[in-house]
Design a protein around this ligand. Structure first.
Ligand SMILES: *Cc1c(COP(=O)(O)O)cnc(C)c1O
Length: 364
């Protein structure tokens, strides 16, 4: 716009606008591959982000399943992205954001960190998110949701250095319409809660519980990627049960344990069936559960997975082959697992002060 002496896009000619649109649509972004734990919005081809940017992605190391900064640096040197993007939805180890910033500075990129998943752990100042692992201290721009570990209303937030403030503060007219004051109020409550000492205790307990859950899963024969976790979540490779992620997810959910299937790095079963389960501890920790309960939960999940077998396809072209979607769990195991889940939930009610008998009477 500067080159044609304009500051207002509505005053550009159609030809100038077409040229600008083309230039804006071809800027480069380098982010974590969806299959390595990145988010859909980090350039997954079916996501709008992939049509707005020319995207390339980095993966975790095939052997260690960890980020390899030297590989990322080499990639950034050759690709020279406008945006170097760090952050994840399914990665369980620390990230050194100071190295990411070094790489961004070296190649002239803006370092953006999407801390949607772990914002609560940053706010709660837990160990794995301090110093070089604190995104806010190192990134130019930090985006987050407010509804994950930050435990607020569904929504988002963008933080930036002064340098980028003016550009970031274009939500309206760029992508936002009318304000949502009810969500603003709820965010204010969430931020107030997140700045209390109690929230710090909560954040630390999330991480302690996740470590305990990962160890207990391993003790129960499960394959936890990278051998544990530094944050609130973990990924299990469930291939050795002879199941797909889809089957494992249904089986464990059948026992009233909520989690989701997730691809693991270089997943041979693709993004739909997958070979992984992803689960974490923020909600369990909110209910007041601790490491003892994590041991019980690991044992429940492992019992269900061990008692689940893929079903054979009975009709059609694939008759006789094993289904990738359907599986059957031994009924006694499911009943026992459900009973154990029920006991856990009864011991840690979500709203202990709520008079359930009174509510039942009022609504019947
Ligand atoms: C959840 C998440 C988002 C936002 O996704 P929503 O569908 O709006 O919840 C963005 N980035 C990352 C890394 C996420 O995990």
């Amino acid at each position: 716009m500067e080159s044609v002496g304009q500051t207002d896009p509505s005053k550009l000619s159609d030809a100038e606008w077409a040229e600008l649109r083309h230039a804006l649509g071809n800027q480069r972004m380098l982010g974590l591959n969806y299959y390595s734990g990145g988010h859909l919005s980090h350039g997954y081809r079916l996501n709008a982000s992939a049509t707005m940017f020319e995207v390339q992605s980095y993966d975790v190391d095939r052997e260690t399943n960890l980020l390899d900064y030297d590989t990322i640096r080499d990639h950034a040197r050759t690709f020279r992205p406008l945006i170097l993007l760090a952050g994840y939805s399914a990665y369980s180890r620390r990230i050194d954001f100071s190295i990411f910033r070094e790489i961004a500075d070296e190649v002239g990129a803006v370092l953006m960190v999407d801390m949607a998943h772990f914002a609560g752990l940053v706010a709660g100042k837990v160990d794995g998110f301090a110093g070089p692992n604190d995104p806010v201290a190192h990134a130019h721009v930090v985006t987050t949701t407010t509804h994950k570990t930050l435990r607020g209303p569904r929504g988002g937030m963008v933080l930036s250095t002064d340098e980028f403030g003016e550009y970031v503060d274009k939500g309206c007219p760029m992508v936002l319409g009318g304000p949502m004051p009810h969500v603003m109020a709820a965010k204010a409550v969430a931020f107030t809660e997140a700045s209390t000492p109690e929230f710090k205790t909560y954040a630390r307990a999330i991480v302690d519980n996740a470590s305990a859950l990962a160890s207990a899963c391993i003790d129960n024969g499960m394959d936890i990627l990278t051998g544990g976790t530094d944050n609130h979540l973990m990924l299990a490779n469930i291939a050795h049960y002879g199941l797909t992620g889809r089957q494992a997810e249904s089986a464990v959910r059948e026992a009233n344990v909520t989690l989701n299937r997730n691809s693991i790095p270089f997943d041979p079963n693709g993004a739909w069936y997958t070979s992984g389960l992803r689960f974490g501890t923020p909600a369990l920790t909110s209910r007041g559960m601790g490491t003892t309960e994590m041991t019980e939960i690991a044992s429940i999940m492992a019992s269900v997975l061990s008692a689940t077998k893929p079903r054979a396809i009975t009709r059609g072209r694939l008759a006789g082959q094993l289904s990738k979607a359907r599986a059957t769990t031994d009924a006694e195991t499911v009943d026992a697992a459900r009973a154990r889940v029920h006991d856990l939930l009864s011991a840690f009610p979500l709203y202990p002060d709520l008079d359930l008998d009174y509510l039942k009477k009022s609504f019947t």
